[in-house]
Design a protein around this ligand. Structure first.
Ligand SMILES: *[C@@H]1O[C@H](CO)[C@@H](O)[C@H](O)[C@H]1NC(C)=O
Ligand SMILES: *[C@@H]1O[C@H](CO)[C@@H](O)[C@H](O)[C@H]1NC(C)=O
Ligand SMILES: *[C@@H]1O[C@H](CO)[C@@H](O)[C@H](O)[C@H]1NC(C)=O
Ligand SMILES: *[C@@H]1O[C@H](CO)[C@@H](O)[C@H](O)[C@H]1NC(C)=O
Ligand SMILES: *[C@@H]1O[C@H](CO)[C@@H](O)[C@H](O)[C@H]1NC(C)=O
Length: 937
């Protein structure tokens, strides 16, 4: 299904673009190499890389013009790719579309710009570069002869990616060349769906020839390693032996074979730079990756050992001893934010050899969480664009970035964590010719479609009736003919579609009847009334139950009412003037007598816990199934309503992540609920450390618990009809079974809300301090987003191991506590130290991001539980995608080395250090710091 639109689109484009489009495909390496502005159809083979470069005609939708740079700037050393540019004098955004990619894979994308006074204006422009809908870089061309390169490593979510040039009013955007290289999924672990890296520097130290740039084929990923020649106080070390690359960055052996060291054996080295602020990213976070390998065979009596400081503080907690001919990397996973970077590499007191460094990469982190439009919508609208040849300004992503660049005549809807969808399309009065494209029916989220006042011919596609969201369809003033599809008419009759089709020559409704109005009106009422009645009945079920019991309570507590009597109780609720009778009799679950409960619980012997209604007891059914019995306490003056609400809700909803009700007891004044036994107690107990293996939940277990609970809540919000708001989501209402699977419990406060009204008003504020949505608190209007808020608090508890109200010097809400720390860029300081640093830091980061979104003050900014479930699934993939197995002691060990003598050691994060996490990749031997500390020179 998904592939079809693209297939068709490619065929259409092929027809228009001839043989060129075929070249828009990656080559056998998966590389795409484009020489922008190159005229004609012929590509050429680049002399240095032997890669074929092609003209860009098939990539730009015909936008822009080809220009030559001024002959004054053509020098013998200038590569051919810079001779021509494509400039985009018109339109705010112009894009290159790179197709046939693998969704979810990491790619390196590199754009080059050399102005070369191509327009004879001597005025280099400034413009923005977007990848998809995410801002990457502001390209500030300062000198005509400078070759500027912008390189990004990112995860491409779709099977295509767009590189867009944005005219910001400071000159005409242009581009010289564009390259795309696929990367292995495991390399550059800092790159995730949420964050990409923008290259600052990639330096190969110890080169003798300053022109010896290493790229493809030396580097299989065609990264460009800039040579730095040692001089002054530095000299080079090199080898001709092969250096085995590390597995996370795969630095080519030719880069690792050379290194730089100080001439003076007892000196250190220093590297420094200032952060490069970007207009949209004034304080970029940096990722630093240093590559080391010993290149000299050292005798036993000589030692090369050094430590690394950043701004005079230890950057990596351990001293480094590079291994002979094995590449290794020291890098941070969480970006660091500094006003200046001074790195010093200092020999330790034991060292007899000076430190070395083989290569370094520095990157800034770019957030890539702005999602592009749903890819099916994109392919459909692109096909529509091609078919009707309209709207030359339809370039780039149809919906994004939000509010800035949305395509003309098109409206989108935006969710926090799912891609934007096209919901309105107005192509009226656009001179459309031909039939109604079937691509319209691929816009699955469309609500409003206006194709009126065109020259459309042919019949109305039946598939339009399948667009369930479509409420307005205007086909009037065209030349359509044939019968209106009966299913479309049915939509009109049931009132779910407003169809206009007047002023078409030969169009007629079925049954020779072109008049729809009378039927339409009479059926409308039914359409509205039915769902209301359905939802009312369910509300009444609960209300009636509640009232029947309240009446009983108002009577004598000793006067036990026979259960049978309740069946006839009726109640007239306030404005829902409706009568009906329901009772616990109609519950499907097993009904227990009080005597039975006594036997089951061995006379209420063992207390499992205590809730608002009373105690929860341990029990065993006849078949030895262990159960938990929640008995309403005699002294409990509250909770009739809650108790019954819970009983009722649990009998009509079932989900693997909601606690399972086995039965209930309504025996005289005794009321009890019997649940499946959850042997691991509550999440709260686990986090607090009061239960069993106190607080020792691993990150993976925490993620699973988060996902389970999120799925339970998603079911309440989306899977239940009518939907339910839990209203008291908290760690102590999340129960765990022996396999640590989580189930949501305690539905006593839940409320139904009907799908049409997005909120319900409540008169009493309920919930637990620390978890209550401030918006609900202020407005008393309850929405599903209140649960999302509380769930965000639970997520923060899972990450931090702290309770919802953190009691430090003064009590502080966990959200503020976490935000304060996160604002300092310090994720390590929020993470529960009991996890001993064993986690994929990107997934932790992501969970914190989700939690902070969930706890946004304004509810529309919060994601839905469906979004949260999707995001948590990605976090689990990240965590489970860690390449190295976790040992018991917090260190990673893994075999699989080419050299069986080697066991790899990696080290993650000393929690006490600052904002950076450090990981040593294989090959670096971990050595303990000297008691005296590193020697400073
Ligand atoms: C650019 O230069 C080539 C030959 O070097 C020439 O054929 C072409 O017409 C020039 N293009 C423009 C736009 O001047
Ligand atoms: C562009 O670069 C010049 C020179 O470095 C600088 O003065 C100017 O502020 C920059 N403009 C922008 C918009 O970054
Ligand atoms: C090497 O560096 C040390 C410390 O900076 C200095 O004392 C020594 O004189 C230097 N040796 C040479 C040969 O420059
Ligand atoms: C190490 O031992 C070798 C040979 O045994 C000797 O020539 C060299 O001077 C020693 N080096 C150091 C630093 O002690
Ligand atoms: C469709 O567009 C036409 C022309 O712009 C407009 O007159 C008409 O009201 C629109 N139809 C609907 C249902 O909005």
């Amino acid at each position: 299904m998904a592939a079809t639109p693209w297939l068709l689109l490619l065929c259409l484009s092929l027809a228009a673009g001839g043989v060129l489009q075929a070249r828009a495909q990656p080559d056998s390496n998966g590389f795409i190499s484009i020489d922008c502005g190159l005229q004609g159809e012929e590509g050429y083979v680049d002399t240095a890389t032997k890669l074929s470069y092609y003209p860009d005609t098939g990539f730009t939708d015909g936008a822009g013009t080809c220009r030559n740079i001024s002959a004054d700037y053509i020098t013998p050393s200038l590569c051919k790719g810079m001779y021509t540019v494509r400039s985009f004098p018109s339109g705010p955004r112009n894009c290159y579309t790179l197709r046939s990619l693998v969704p979810g894979l990491k790619y390196l994308i590199r754009a080059k710009f050399m102005y070369g006074n191509y327009d004879a204006l001597r005025q280099p422009p400034i413009f923005d570069l977007h990848i998809g809908v995410n801002h990457w870089h502001t390209v500030n061309i300062t000198k005509p002869h400078v070759e500027k390169s912008v390189e990004a490593i990112l995860v491409v979510p779709d099977d295509f990616v767009q590189v867009c040039l944005i005219n910001t009013g400071a000159g005409t955007p242009f581009i010289s060349s564009l390259e795309l290289r696929p990367l292995k999924k495991t390399i550059y672990p800092q790159v995730t769906a949420a964050h990409g890296l923008l290259l600052s520097e990639r330096i190969n130290f110890g080169q003798i020839d300053e022109n010896n740039v290493i790229r493809y084929p030396g580097d299989t990923y065609d990264r460009i390693w800039t040579p730095v020649v040692s001089s002054g106080t530095y000299t080079e070390v090199s080898t001709t032996s092969k250096v085995i690359p590390d597995s996370l960055f795969e630095v080519p052996t030719t880069v690792m074979q050379t290194a730089m060291r100080p001439r003076n054996v007892s000196s250190g080295m220093s590297l420094s730079w200032d952060p490069e602020p970007q207009p949209n990213n004034p304080s970029p976070g940096y990722i630093i990756i240093m590559h080391f390998s010993e290149l000299e065979f050292l005798l036993f009596n000589v030692t090369r050992e050094f430590s690394i400081n950043l701004n005079n503080e230890p950057w990596h907690p351990d001293n480094i001893m590079p291994k002979y001919l094995y590449g290794a990397a020291i890098y941070n996973s969480v970006p660091s934010w500094k006003s200046r970077y001074d790195i010093s590499i200092i020999p330790t007191v034991r060292a007899t050899q000076p430190p070395i460094i083989n290569a370094i990469e520095t990157y800034t982190v770019v957030t890539t969480t702005n999602l592009g439009t749903d890819s099916l919508d994109v392919s459909a609208i692109m096909a529509i664009k091609v078919k009707y040849q309209v709207h030359k300004n339809w370039f780039g992503d149809p919906c994004g970035p939000e509010t800035v660049m949305v395509w003309d005549r098109l409206t989108c809807s935006y969710a926090t964590t799912s891609p934007p969808r096209i919901i309105r399309l107005d192509l009226s009065l656009r001179g459309l010719n031909g039939d109604i494209s079937s691509f319209f029916t691929n816009l699955k989220a469309i609500q409003y479609l206006n194709l009126s006042n065109n020259n459309l011919v042919g019949s109305i596609p039946d598939a339009l009736s399948q667009l369930t969201s479509l409420t307005v369809l205007d086909l009037s003033h065209n030349q359509l003919n044939g019968a209106i599809p009966s299913r479309l008419l049915k939509r009109v009759e049931d009132g779910s579609l407003n169809l206009r089709y007047g002023n078409n020559r030969d169009l007629c409704a079925n049954d020779n009847s072109c008049r729809l109005e009378p039927k339409w009106k009479s059926n409308l009422a039914i359409y509205i009334v039915v769902p209301v009645v359905v939802s009312m009945i369910v509300v009444i079920v609960v209300v009636v139950l509640f009232c029947s019991l309240r009446r009983k309570r108002q009577g004598s507590m000793n006067n036990s009412v026979e259960p049978q009597n309740e069946a006839t109780t009726s109640y007239v609720p306030g404005n829902n003037a409706h009568r009906d009778s329901f009772s616990l009799h109609q519950l499907e679950s097993r009904r227990f007598t009080y005597e039975e409960l006594k036997i089951i619980t061995n006379n209420f012997q063992r207390v499992l816990g205590q809730g608002g209604f009373g105690y929860v007891y341990d029990g065993f059914l006849e078949d030895d199934t262990q159960v938990a019995v929640k008995l309403r306490s005699h002294s409990s003056t509250q909770g009739f309503k809650e108790f019954l609400a819970e009983a009722h809700i649990l009998t009509w909803i079932h989900h693997k992540n909601l606690v399972n009700l086995i039965g209930y007891c309504k025996d005289g004044e005794y009321m009890a609920l019997v649940y499946e036994y959850m042997s691991e107690g509550t999440l709260h107990e686990h986090l607090e450390g009061s239960k069993h293996n106190g607080g020792r939940l691993s990150w993976r277990q925490r993620l699973r618990i988060a996902l389970d609970s999120a799925q339970g809540l998603e079911y309440l919000h989306k899977g239940c009809d009518p939907p339910l708001i839990h209203r008291d989501v908290k760690a102590s209402n999340i129960l765990l079974n022996a396999r640590l699977e989580a189930r949501i419990a305690d539905f006593g406060l839940s409320k139904t809300f009907s799908g049409g009204n997005d909120y319900v008003s409540t008169t009493t504020l309920v919930g637990t301090p620390g978890y209550v949505d401030p918006e609900y608190h202020a407005t008393m209007q309850l929405t599903a987003k209140s649960d999302v808020y509380s769930f965000g608090v639970v997520l923060l508890e899972l990450v931090t191991g702290k309770p919802a109200v953190v009691r430090e010097a003064a009590p502080i809400n966990i959200i503020h506590w976490s935000r304060q720390r996160m604002e300092r860029g310090n994720i390590e300081s929020v993470v529960d130290a009991r996890m001993c640093g064993i986690y994929d830091v990107n997934s932790v980061w992501k969970v914190v991001e989700i939690a902070l979104k969930c706890t946004a003050c304004v509810s529309p900014q919060r994601p839905t539980m469906t979004d949260v479930v999707d995001q948590l699934q990605e976090c689990i993939e990240l965590e489970e995608g860690r390449t190295i197995e976790v040992g018991n002691n917090g260190f990673y060990t893994s075999g699989g080395s080419d050299n069986p003598d080697l066991s790899y050691n990696a080290y993650i994060a000393d929690q006490s250090s600052d904002s950076t996490t450090f990981q040593t990749e294989h090959g670096v031997k971990r050595v303990h710091s000297m008691p005296t500390g590193p020697a400073t020179r």
